[in-house]
Design a protein. Structure first.
Length: 698
């Protein structure tokens, strides 16, 4: 606005000079006088609009990230992960793998911060009216206050940022308070109700009375805070935040999500600082964020990741029904929170079948019904109809779990000293493996990370080949462990289902593909051929490789035409090294062939066995470490098969992993034929007990 105003007088002055040259009727003195008048008018005009625009200009950049009306296009995953990495660098911290943290955060909470009521509140704020922090226990308003105090410079004569609202951070608003008006603008910290609930189950919250021993189970367990009794803990959460959400009708307020403060501290602080007329310091101090002199920001990210993983821990179907009936849908929608308990568990209106009804209808599905009942999942007719038969599971994976090299590898380690390390390809279920073993085998757990006897990845990186064991280490110093103590557990997944997942999220793998045709092992059209040719030229120019100059690898007969195979590139070690494979299925074969022929102790485990034989598999692994499985067994830990324990209910896994028709989705006859021929060139399918997908010729 100001730039355009400055431009107009210059244009006007130029016009005056032109007119002066062309006409003698305008003396030079009059022209000079007119120029002075124009300058004076311009200065007054700038001063006039300055009062209106300065406040908005101050926080406009932050507002673009937080206001629903002014939000930019969503950042790509790569750019978002790069932003988090830069935060670590700015904080003087060590780098950690961030893709999995961002994937889970963005899936649950979106890819940008959400600040409710920022724009209207800041514009309506009266001079000298302070903002003050509020929020329930375990939402950590102190963290935000420290960040503001360390990074925002305000008028020293005005206390514009208060540590707490004058009526108490956790106190409920009353009608009398709102009628009289509030002298402060509340900045309320809210947390995902499910992760908030889990934090209350880890440590007893002072001042809050609830049945800690029954936590997190909600039904018939009331909670009391400030002499007010609520039906359950989520009823308390809903009542507290709904009162602040509805406050906007009579008084300005700002609501911030705890999750956004963890990953967007600078954007959040900048918005609030501008709102109170402050100035940000040139260099953002992240140490107030992690309460350490140096480092520690990685711990903030890791703790946030863990809270998402544990979001649904030990919650039963009945708990989810209570939660959905308790939490206000408009409130959750405005705050950007979701239930997502799993598609079939979500159908809470459908009655749960009685044992007699199940016995009559579950013919051939008894084994899966037993798993669901053990996981305390209510079985409805819709769910029962969708379940596969046990015979279908056997046709795909055989009747028993497969754990290669279990006995001989365990015999080479002291059971009281070994440390499990998880390994596997992208999309192979490594997070599920870690979660279900760690949560059900107490012998592996410990309060301090360095003493835990299961690590979410092997020291050389869970997605890297074992040949790098003695060449590289990706773990933090506090997680270091002697390599001879590490016993890798390698997650293996059906190659057809694995390729389907790679089409949804390819991680560091790159190849020429289209939305309509993926997995695409061979070219299916002239358009795909042109796209592949262009991709090959790009790879050659960018990476100076001659690998694509050789004859097309693995040409096969697809009807009357020769099919061209689609190669792929893999970025390794934080994109410092490149590997090239003839095709996506060749990548799968090469990776697992390396672990199969490796001459050091390791356990090769099919991730499908964590779905259909979870207790049996975990019991064997736990015994290897000198422990026994804890009862009751936590089946829900198996839900994180896509590095996401939130979106996949256990019942969905039982259905999805036996969906034969989904294995070849979007694959052409040429793709299926090529996959079968390549897989038959080795014996990995027989070794792991997988079945070939049917082809046109059988």
């Amino acid at each position: 606005r100001m730039n355009s105003m400055k431009g107009e007088p210059r244009h006007g002055a130029a016009s005056m000079r032109t007119r002066t040259t062309r006409s003698s009727r305008w003396p030079r003195r009059s022209s000079l006088f007119a120029g002075i008048v124009a300058i004076v008018l311009l200065i007054n005009l700038i001063l006039l609009v300055r009062f209106e625009t300065v406040h908005r200009d101050a926080y406009d950049d932050s507002l673009k990230l937080s206001s629903p009306q002014k939000q930019p296009q969503t950042l790509t995953s790569t750019k978002s992960v790069a932003r988090l990495a830069q935060m670590l660098i700015d904080a003087g911290d060590l780098d950690i793998p961030l893709s999995r943290i961002w994937d889970q955060h963005s899936t649950l909470y979106g890819s940008r911060p959400r600040i409710v009521g920022l724009e209207e509140t800041c514009l309506a704020r009266k001079d000298q009216q302070p903002i003050a922090l509020a929020g329930l226990m375990n939402t950590n308003p102190n963290q935000l206050y420290d960040l503001l105090a360390s990074n925002c410079v305000t008028n020293q004569q005005q206390d514009t940022i208060k540590w707490a609202v004058e009526w108490g951070r956790q106190a409920f608003l009353t009608q009398d308070m709102t009628k009289k008006g509030l002298s402060q603008i509340p900045v309320v910290i809210v947390r995902d109700p499910y992760t908030w609930l889990q934090t209350l189950c880890q440590h007893k919250a002072p001042g809050l009375n609830y049945e800690f021993k029954h936590c997190p189970h909600l039904a018939q367990h009331p909670a009391t805070l400030h002499n007010q009794t609520f039906d359950n803990l989520l009823h308390l959460w809903n009542s507290y935040y709904e009162s602040y959400y509805n406050l906007q009708k009579t008084h300005p307020r700002i609501i911030l999500r705890y999750e956004d403060i963890q990953l967007y501290p600078k954007e959040i602080v900048s918005s609030l600082c501008a709102c109170v007329g402050g100035q940000m310091k040139p260099v953002f101090d992240y140490h107030a964020h992690d309460n350490k002199d140096k480092g520690g920001l990685k711990d903030v990210f890791s703790a946030h990741f863990t809270s998402i993983q544990e979001r649904r821990q030990k919650l039963t179907n009945k708990d989810f029904q209570t939660a959905r009936a308790t939490l206000s849908s408009p409130l959750l929608q405005s705050l950007g929170y979701v239930h997502n308990p799993g598609a079939f568990e979500e159908e809470h209106d459908e009655p749960v079948l009685t044992p007699e009804e199940i016995a009559q209808m579950a013919t051939g599905k008894e084994r899966l019904v037993e798993l669901l009942q053990a996981a305390q999942i209510g079985i409805t007719k819709r769910l029962l109809d969708a379940l596969p038969t046990w015979q279908r599971v056997v046709d795909l994976y055989g009747p028993e779990p497969i754990l290669h090299h279990l006995e001989d590898s365990c015999a080479k380690h002291d059971p009281q000293d070994l440390v499990f390390g998880i390994s596997g390809m992208f999309n192979s279920g490594t997070n599920a493996m870690f979660a279900i073993v760690e949560r059900n085998c107490p012998a592996l757990g410990a309060t301090k990370i360095k003493n835990r006897r299961i690590r979410w990845q092997v020291p050389w990186g869970k997605h890297e080949l074992p040949t790098y064991k003695h060449k590289v280490s990706v773990v933090q110093k506090k997680e270091e462990v002697a390599l001879e103590r590490i016993l890798p557990i390698v997650a293996v997944r059906d190659p057809y289902f694995w390729m389907q997942s790679m089409c949804r999220d390819s991680y560091e793998a790159r190849w020429s593909k289209t939305t309509a045709h993926c997995p695409n092992l061979v070219v299916g059209s002239q358009l795909e051929q042109k796209k592949l040719d262009m991709w090959k030229r790009q790879q050659k120019d960018k990476y100076n490789t001659t690998i694509f100059e050789k004859e097309e690898p693995g040409l096969i007969s697809d009807g009357d035409d020769n099919a061209v195979v689609v190669p792929m590139r893999l970025q390794q070690f934080r994109r410092t090294q490149m590997s090239f494979y003839d095709s996506l299925i060749d990548y799968w074969m090469a990776w697992y062939s390396t672990y199969r022929t490796w001459d050091e102790p390791r356990i090769l485990l099919r991730v499908e066995d964590l779905v259909y034989h979870p207790k049996e598999v975990v019991s064997k692994l736990c015994a290897c470490a000198g422990g026994t499985v804890e009862e009751p067994f936590e089946y829900q830990a198996a839900e994180s098969l896509k590095a996401d324990p939130v979106l996949h209910g256990y019942s969905n896994l039982l259905i999805r992993y036996a969906a034969m028709e989904k294995r070849g989705h979007n694959m052409t006859a040429g793709d299926l034929k090529f996959a079968k021929e390549r897989l038959q060139s080795g014996d990995l399918m027989d070794y792991f007990g997988y079945r070939y997908h049917p082809t046109v010729d059988g």
